[in-house]
Design a protein. Structure first.
Length: 135
């Protein structure tokens, strides 16, 4: 009813009306899985493959550079630079695709498997941190 009143109040003319489905942003649990399991396991796999990452933040930047970036054009030089996006703005479906891409990359190129979401992920995170701290 209110929408019809607002439409009737518009000045005469032609209008476009777009209806989009609202999607939820990625949840804290999804980010918990990313930072608590995917990044730490990929940290180990990447270092076993010869990389020399020392922090999860470096791994975060590495994956964002590969799977979560947008091209940015420098008009003066014509150079195109990939700029990492903020995962904070990811929709649930974007986050799922991002995690899937990382897991597939690890399986295909690093010969490692990253576990599915685990309700006891905090326990697993502790085990992985212990392995990291041993090195």
């Amino acid at each position: 009813q209110k929408m019809l009143e607002e439409l009737a109040a518009l000045p005469p003319g032609r209008y476009d009306w777009t209806i989009e489905k609202h999607r939820r942003k990625a949840s804290p649990k999804q980010f918990g899985w990313l930072f608590g399991l995917i990044y730490p396991q990929s940290f180990i796999l990447l270092n076993q493959a010869g990389y020399e990452f020392t922090t999860i933040e470096e791994v975060d930047i590495f994956w964002k550079t590969i799977f979560a970036n947008k091209p940015l054009l420098n008009r003066e030089t014509g150079e195109i630079v990939n700029v990492p996006l903020s995962k904070r703005e990811f929709l649930t479906i974007d986050h799922m695709a991002y995690c899937s891409n990382i897991r597939n990359y690890c399986e295909e190129y690093l010969n490692g498997y990253i576990d599915d979401p685990d309700p006891d992920w905090k326990k697993r995170k502790k085990e992985i941190e212990d392995v990291i701290n041993e090195k």
